[in-house]
Ligand binder design. Structure first.
Ligand SMILES: [Zn+2]
Length: 703
């Protein structure tokens, strides 16, 4: 079968997305061993695991037969298929857009590629020119700025290929045009010159500036940052976006930092070029900068590729702008951090210093220990919410509570959230234990409310009610008849936020149990046991079935036939209480999963109706817009830019209006992830109880 050729964009996207561990792991059982994975090699008759898979390097290698390569090569060899078939297969698997090339397109692409090579060459020549100018008499002020003010050694200046753009309108232009014979239009495409306003000729974009070349991952120059030397604005001038230089895509310093990041298994992200240069000069060579933008997901992916444990430390300036930059950067990383896919820390240097200043005053050792102590992202965020607030004033206290609730409401994993709720409550209560408990409960309710409680029956599916009733009854029966497990059950229910039973008679029974226990132990101790800060033997001493039987029989004789099976289980039911811990974990996971699934359906509904609304608003705006007939609307840049065609305008408008829907989309995916996590818990429990065949999912996720 003759196949159209795949567009390099598709191939790139597949290479970017296909993780070697993921791909090989589908065919070979992989075991983690240090930073790598090992498994039985499928390419020879392997007895002991000879194949190593390295997530950091994204390749596999067999020490016995020498097979090795990347994810695509693995599938080509294993399935004996062609390169493009494998790329297609992976593109479908990861739902990436598949683009192909026809004849003329192939030709255009060849030209584009050779043009990229030309641009790389032009930028390399420009870099050489700037470097040579730094050694000329004209460059002496710039050189002494680097040596004296910045304290840089010649070796560092050399390593980062720093240079100087002379104070002339055509220094670079003349040199490259006359000496190297390069057409000004090519220089313009490389972002080095700007056309004169009259339309006649060009002039240098960078004049009287210190020049810092920006390189791609492979170390090729793709643009420049220029720092002004005479106080003229802007202080930092970057290359414009060009065919080679896309700002959200590259990280300054990654060409040098990739290996150190891999070795130290963590990456430091700072704000400016000179922070990176100063850190590298001080021996902290796992640092990169985001090039004046917030961290994009592409940049994060690049960093994570180098870093097995996916540990990022953001170090931004401590001033207001730096904090805002850190907040912006977090915005993009947040979802990944929330789902536990990367470990994000924030380092804020004392006394408003940037890394460069801090290193000069304190040295690399102190900086390293600050890196080691940098708080986790969420702790830092909470600190930001609380800092500067006077918690003894009720308005500011309320502000703190609102801020914390908004923050913790985003956390999907309830165990982590519980821990933070406790921590924040202690902090807000100013050390009063009693108040802390009340506050924690209050915060818990608020956070839950924010997350959509999941109680409405609208998103229920047939069979849900029966499953829930069985699981709730199972938990209550365990509580009543396995006294030794009571403390564990209370902790599990609190941790998973399952202490609100759905069925009326279950709620009634749970309330009766709790009030009996409170009467005997006191509320404070009961709560301490639920939170695991006090051992729970005291709970085991109460003969709950007897006490409850007497009480409920009198007060709620109408519910008697529903309560009796719980208070007095049959022989069969008693026999099933033999493995209480396993049973508890399983029943709790079933309940939590059901809640999560309902939340998923709710979010999916919210997401799609929001999308529909967006579409309607989008169409309305386009119909209203006079720019459809060529006039300009100042208020709406997406519509007023005449350079954009209709399709791009609609896309821009849609993106702008679609933000709310995207929020639902994010929440939905994070909830789904949580359901998957619960499923894996449930599967392992079922396997313990009854073997692997019982592990099939009971019901399906919403598609
Ligand atoms: Zn082998």
């Amino acid at each position: 079968m003759s196949q159209a050729r795949l567009h390099p964009r598709t191939i790139e996207a597949v290479k970017e997305r296909a993780d070697i561990v993921d791909v090989v792991g589908e065919h070979v059982v992989l075991k983690k061993k240090g930073r790598e994975f090992v498994g039985i090699c499928p390419f020879h008759d392997d007895k002991s695991p000879s194949m190593t898979v390295s997530p950091a390097k994204q390749f596999y290698y067999c020490f016995s037969c020498g097979a090795g390569g990347n994810a695509i090569k693995f599938l080509m060899e294993l399935q004996r298929t062609s390169f493009s078939e494998v790329v297609l297969e992976l593109a479908r698997k990861y739902q990436l857009p598949i683009e192909t090339l026809d004849g003329p397109q192939q030709e255009r692409l060849r030209q584009q590629l050779s043009r990229r090579e030309q641009l790389h060459r032009v930028l390399t020549l420009a870099c050489g020119f700037f470097r040579s100018q730094l050694q000329e008499p004209e460059g002496q002020a710039a050189l002494s700025y680097l040596r004296q003010d910045r304290g840089l050694q010649p070796a560092t200046i050399e390593a980062f290929e720093l240079g100087f753009a002379p104070d002339r309108w055509d220094g670079l232009l003349q040199h490259l045009q006359q000496v190297e014979g390069i057409a000004p239009t090519l220089l313009e495409a490389a972002g080095l010159v700007v056309p004169r306003r009259g339309g006649d000729g060009f002039y240098d974009r960078f004049r009287h500036r210190l020049m810092v070349p920006i390189k791609d991952r492979q170390g090729r120059v793709i643009g420049f940052g220029g720092r002004s030397l005479d106080g003229s604005e802007p202080k930092y001038l970057n290359s414009p976006e060009t065919e080679l230089f896309e700002k959200g895509k590259h990280l300054f310093g990654l060409d040098k930092a990739a290996d150190p990041i891999r070795r130290q298994d963590r990456a430091v992200v700072v704000e400016g070029y000179f922070d990176v240069i100063a850190l590298h000069a001080a021996g902290i060579s796992n640092a990169v900068a985001a090039l004046g933008t917030a961290l994009s997901s592409q940049q994060i992916t690049q960093l994570c590729r180098c870093c097995d444990s996916k540990r990022l430390i953001l170090n931004f300036d401590a001033d207001g702008a730096g904090v805002r930059a850190a907040q912006r950067a977090i915005g993009e990383v947040e979802q990944l951090a929330l789902q536990g896919q990367l470990e994000l820390r924030v380092l804020q240097l004392p006394a408003g210093k940037d890394p460069d200043e801090y290193l000069k005053a304190h040295g690399a050792g102190d900086y390293r220990s600050l890196l080691d102590q940098a708080p986790l992202w969420l702790d830092w965020q909470i600190e930001q919410v609380l800092s500067g607030l006077d918690l003894s004033r009720s308005d500011q206290f309320q502000q703190a509570v609102t801020g914390v609730v908004a923050l913790l409401g985003k956390l999907p994993a309830t165990a982590v959230r519980s821990r933070y709720l406790q921590q924040v409550a202690e902090r807000l209560s100013g050390g009063q234990a009693r108040l802390a408990l009340q506050l924690e409960e209050d915060l818990r309710q608020q956070v839950k409310g924010q997350r959509w409680h999941g109680r409405s029956s609208r998103w229920e599916q047939p069979g849900d009610a029966g499953v829930r009733e069985r699981a709730e009854a199972e938990i209550l029966r365990l509580y009543l008849h396995c006294p030794g497990e009571r403390a564990a059950i209370r902790q599990e229910l609190l941790r998973r936020e399952l202490d609100d039973f759905a069925l009326q008679h279950h709620r009634l029974l749970w309330a009766a149990i709790s009030s009996l226990e409170e009467d005997n132990l006191g509320l404070g101790r009961l709560e301490a046991i639920s939170r695991g800060s006090e051992a729970g033997e005291a709970l085991a001493d109460l003969d709950l079935p007897r006490l409850l039987g007497d009480q409920l029989l009198v007060e709620h004789s109408d519910l008697l036939n529903r309560l009796t099976p719980l208070l007095e289980p049959s022989e069969v039911q008693r026999a099933s209480l033999e493995q209480p811990q396993l049973q508890l974990r399983g029943a709790a996971a079933v309940l939590e999963r059901q809640k999560s699934l309902k939340r998923c359906r709710h979010l999916l509904d919210a997401w799609s109706s929001q999308r529909l609304e967006t579409l309607e608003r989008c169409i309305a705006r386009l119909l209203e817009s006079p720019s459809a007939s060529g006039a300009k609307t100042a208020a709406d840049p997406a519509l007023s830019n005449p350079g954009l065609d209709m399709e791009a305008r609609i896309e821009a408008l849609f993106a702008e209006l679609n933000r709310d829907a995207l929020q639902f989309q994010k929440l939905y995916y994070s909830e789904r992830q949580h359901v998957e996590h619960l499923d894996s818990q449930r599967r392992s429990r079922l396997q313990e109880v009854s073997g692997p065949e019982a592990a099939a999912p009971v019901d399906q996720l919403p598609a």
